[in-house]
Write a protein that binds this ligand. Structure first.
Ligand SMILES: NC(=O)c1ccc[n+]([C@@H]2O[C@H](COP(=O)([O-])OP(=O)(O)OC[C@H]3O[C@@H](n4cnc5c(N)ncnc54)[C@H](O)[C@@H]3O)[C@@H](O)[C@H]2O)c1
Length: 301
């Protein structure tokens, strides 16, 4: 039997759940999207439809395939009902341990025997989430990236109890939805957040020390290493408040090499949070476009 005949339940119809549900439905899986907020589920279906329409318009997806994919995706408010007969659950609800444990403990007994339970958590412990189910060996981290329809990577996270079989099955699901998976043992920041936090922090230290202007630091990484964005541009996009909380967490768990650069602390205190605030390392106009030459320089810090 093909893996795409498996029933998949995605719990949490927010930013990530929308992308994940789209990925499974458009790869042939019967997909049920669950959210405790009916409006969120409706908004999510509309967003999935938009991704599909854009895909057809750009010639990336065949219209008939998009219509078939849309038909494979349904929503349900009741998690227990949705979980009946499911082979895979991907929880992507709000980043809160108690909420996530509640979701997996409700779903687990209703799914197929041995079904896989995946969490898309960015920073919580897979090992701890797994304590909410009777057989924690089938719980795995499946960390997708935003926007899911564009980003190829999934970090599979092995908790203390996660079995080899669960990792192997997770890899099959990632292959089936066209993603490249890597396996990471549970650790703060996994691979991506840890590297990205380090690069963004180091770029800020260089800016603070006057090593180069913001524009030149970003150009160095884009042109010298072929990164699609520089670390300061990326920090503006992510938000320096989010960056700072990740850095503080990594500092507390991994030590002094993640000590947040004081310039980040100062920027967050002053409200220069990034693109969403109209100003971060760079300034942005009302349309969210970067204003040329607006990058911070050591001389003005
Ligand atoms: N935003 C990102 O870039 C990103 C990237 C990777 C991983 N993540 C992780 O993905 C998860 C979701 O993030 P998001 O940005 O999509 O959040 P979001 O706030 O956009 O969506 C969360 C959704 O979960 C729903 N929800 C909350 N409790 C629920 C419950 N008990 N049952 C059903 N639905 C419930 C909410 O109504 C909401 O629609 C988090 O764990 C986050 O850390 C986020």
């Amino acid at each position: 039997m093909s893996i795409t005949q498996d029933k998949v339940v995605v719990v949490g119809a927010g930013l990530m759940g929308t992308g994940i549900a789209h990925a499974f439905a458009s790869s042939g899986f019967t997909t049920v999207l669950v959210d405790s907020n009916a409006e969120a589920a409706d908004r999510s279906l509309a967003s999935v439809a938009k991704i599909m329409v854009d895909g057809v318009r750009l010639g990336k997806v065949d219209a008939a395939a998009a219509i078939a994919a849309k038909a494979r995706l349904t929503t349900l408010a009741d998690l227990a009902e949705a979980a009946e007969g499911a082979a895979l659950l991907v929880e992507t609800v709000t980043e809160n341990l108690a909420v996530k444990k509640q979701v997996v403990s409700t779903a687990a007994p209703r799914m197929l025997p041995g079904a896989l339970i995946a969490t898309n958590t960015s920073a919580l412990s897979v090992t701890e989430i797994a304590t909410a189910v009777a057989d924690p060996d089938r719980v795995v981290g499946m960390h997708f990236f935003n926007p899911v329809h564009k980003m190829k990577l999934v970090e599979l996270v092995r908790g203390l109890a996660t079995s080899d079989e669960a990792i192997a099955k997770s890899r099959q699901y990632c292959d089936a939805v066209g993603k490249t998976s890597i396996v990471v043992n549970e650790a703060p920041g996994l691979t991506t957040s840890r590297m990205s936090a380090m690069a963004g922090n180091e770029a800020m230290w260089m800016l603070q020390e006057g090593v180069a202007t913001a524009e030149d630091i970003d150009t160095a990484l884009r042109m010298g290493f072929n990164h699609p964005m520089g670390p300061l541009e990326l920090g503006d996009l992510t938000g320096w408040d989010t960056r700072l909380s990740v850095l503080r967490y990594l500092h507390s768990t991994l030590g002094d090499k993640f000590r947040p650069c004081p310039l980040i602390v100062k920027m967050v205190a002053s409200g220069r949070l990034g693109r969403k605030a109209g100003a971060g390392v760079y300034r942005y106009d009302d349309a969210g476009q970067r204003i040329a030459g607006s990058g911070l320089k050591a001389s003005v810090l």
